[in-house]
Design a binder for this molecule. Structure first.
Ligand code: PEP
Ligand code: NA
Ligand code: MN
Length: 621
């Protein structure tokens, strides 16, 4: 199609590859030049532009079956689905190998790993040199959010992994339509480079899951580039997700007046048919996916999902917030997702078209993971290929095993999911896992107080992550691993948006804790679908139709203010769930002070004032 590279393509490339570059399905010069530059560096055996079609997906999946990367599952439970098994050293996001390479160290501080961008590019260029030998370089044009958005958010991922191409087709809108519109408008796109870092020499036998022990997940926030090397797993490799839609997008949002947040999006409709949209941020292992797909237990209330992981929030001409889910799929943790805990997720996965990674195989050609069914199979092949029986000590599925499923298969998906410019946002909910201190629900009394709640958001560690269990960790806005620039600037951005658009336009901020314990150690609140009672209180507060009590921790409902109809809960339990105790908040304040010290003088004064306000409230209580 294009002759714009005539005479400029390096002669070191194989003639077929040169020809494939000359026949690129676009004449967007900046894109073709970038692909050429990467091809010259990485020396692939072939170049392939993904068109995003079903035929292409089926063909690549077939090739992955041939290569031993995919196992085609029997169609009886999960039609048109595959299981993949990763290298045992490539099973999760690698935060210690994740870098924000801003021009200055302060630009990434103090919560991110930083390296000088020039040095990092040198190091990684050496790693990328010849790294695609014997492999195909895939070009994936993609858009996060709708292609019909007022300003579509484009990216192009170059990868040498067909598993990544198939997964990206589920997680984003990819292919020819995207390439066409992006090229016609010569639109800005995020350059996202990925290699598993495992070149194949002449005659070398490939492995099922190629990767490299040396891993780098690198972001250049000023130039909006992503360079990933060595891992083929999840957020390390599907670069539209955490790397673009959170880290790079948070930097884009900072510079352009919007927000990229680690939040689910929920549509809630009351019995009168009135709807509101909420977003919610929870650190990992706090039931975010379950909340995104909840089934209300109270009569007449309806919940529908808009998103399960990421929310982009912008402001319309009147300064009113609107929210979109930039993703087209779910990349959910399998263990703990089951017919009894999250039937909506199970129904979505049962629609098929799913890629499972690191779950266990059943004897009838399907898959299983801990928590999928209450009944445990007699025999499985575990995620590492070993025989497994209920006596086995190790889990059958890796604790971070995943399902990757198209979001349209979620039956309770809100139709507004596909609104190109999103839906109005009424409230943001922060939540964490805390045995003590934090009440079931509280309402921030101002935007600034709400931002302070986010800055100091905390959760107790669970067995899901390595390290001690039950330790209180701060995770600001549940964004600790995803803030793509300086965290104090990120807090300031939140505060500034409130000043710019005015308190009356900003969403209400609520803080929930489903995990409070009673004196005897049991959960004070039943959680799951019963959380709809808390959602109802939030909804009605926004309507001016629910009461609460002013406490040192904002407005908290009394038992009478909550709809507890039909709920079996003792007075002691509900009291424990809603309690605001001065001594617990004295301890909390000490923990907050320790956390805020990390930001030094850089911490916005408005956050310091909120801290002092909290101290004064504790003093006065
Ligand atoms: C990921 O690793 O891509 C991912 C989705 O991570 P998390 O579940 O922690 O959000
Ligand atoms: Na898609
Ligand atoms: Mn997430």
């Amino acid at each position: 199609m294009t002759d714009l590279l005539n005479g400029t393509i390096s002669s070191t490339l194989a003639p077929e590859v040169r020809q494939q570059l000359e026949q690129a399905p676009t004449d967007y010069r900046e894109l073709v030049e970038w692909v050429t530059e990467i091809a010259e560096l990485t020396e692939p055996a072939a170049i392939y532009w993904a068109d995003g079609s079903q035929e292409e997906y089926d063909r690549l999946a077939g090739e992955l079956v041939e290569a031993g990367t995919f196992i085609k599952l029997s169609d009886h439970e999960f039609p048109n689905s595959y299981a993949a098994f990763s290298d045992p050293d490539d099973v999760a996001r690698v935060e210690e190998r994740t870098f924000i390479c801003s021009e200055t160290e302060a630009g990434a501080g103090p919560t991110n790993n930083w390296r000088d961008p020039v040095e990092m590019k040198q190091t990684m260029t050496d790693l990328y040199r010849g790294c695609m030998r014997g492999r195909t370089l895939f070009v994936i044009p993609f858009v996060m959010g709708s292609l019909d958005a007022t300003e579509p958010k484009y990216g192009v991922e170059i990868t040498d992994s067909a598993y990544v191409v198939c997964s990206m087709r589920i997680m984003a809108t990819i292919g020819s339509d995207v390439l066409k519109k992006m090229s016609e408008t010569e639109a800005f796109f995020v350059k996202a480079l990925h290699s598993v870092g495992a070149p194949l020499e002449e005659g070398q036998q490939d492995v099922a899951w190629p990767c490299n022990p040396e891993k780098y997940i690198v972001h250049f926030p000023e130039t909006r580039e992503i360079w990933s090397f060595g891992s083929g797993y999840g957020g390390n490799a599907l670069l539209g997700k955490k790397c673009y839609a959170l880290r790079i997008a948070s930097a884009l949002g900072h510079d352009n007046g919007w927000m990229a947040e680690h939040m689910l999006i929920l549509k809630v409709t009351n019995p009168e048919g009135k709807s509101k949209f909420f977003s919610a941020a929870f650190p990992s292992a706090c039931g975010k996916t379950n909340f995104a797909m909840m089934e209300p237990t109270i009569d007449g209330w309806k919940a529908e999902m808009v998103g399960d992981d990421i929310a982009w929030i912008s402001f319309d001409a009147e300064g009113k917030p609107r929210v979109v889910n930039p993703e087209a799929g779910m990349f959910g943790v399998a263990p703990g997702t089951g017919w009894s805990t999250n039937p909506n997720a199970m129904r979505a996965i049962s629609g098929g078209n799913t890629i499972f990674t690191n779950v266990a195989l059943t004897d009838d050609g399907s898959v299983w993971w801990e928590g999928k069914t209450d009944e445990v199979p007699e025999h499985l092949i575990d995620w590492q290929g070993n025989d497994w029986t209920p006596d086995s000590v190790r889990p059958a599925a890796h604790p971070n095993s995943r399902f990757c499923t198209p979001i349209e298969q979620v039956e309770m998906l809100a139709p507004e999911f596909s609104e190109p410019d999103g839906v109005p946002l009424s409230a943001m909910i922060f939540g964490g896992r805390r045995k003590t201190t934090i009440p079931l629900v509280s309402e921030a009394q101002s935007w600034e107080q709400g931002v302070f709640r986010g800055v100091t958001l905390s959760s107790e560690t669970t067995a899901a992550a390595k390290g001690a269990v039950g330790v209180v960790r701060r995770d600001p806005m549940a964004m600790l691993p995803f803030i793509g620039y300086n965290a104090s600037d990120y807090f300031r951005h939140w505060l500034d948006l409130g000043e710019k658009h005015g308190e009356e336009n900003m969403p209400g901020i609520y803080y929930v804790n489903w995990f409070r314990r009673t004196e005897d150690g049991g959960f004070a609140w039943p959680g799951f679908g019963e959380n709809s009672r808390v959602v109802k209180w939030i909804f009605n507060r926004l309507e001016g139709k629910a009461d609460g009590q002013e406490t040192l921790f904002g407005v908290v409902p009394t038992a009478e203010d909550l709809d507890l109809t039909g709920l079996e809960i003792s007075d002691e339990e509900i009291e424990a769930a809603l309690a605001v105790k001065v001594d617990e908040f004295e301890t909390e304040l000490a923990g907050i002070d320790e956390w805020l010290a990390k930001f030094g003088d850089d911490l916005p004064a408005r956050i310091r004032e909120q801290r002092d306000d909290m101290a004064a409230r504790i003093e006065a209580a």
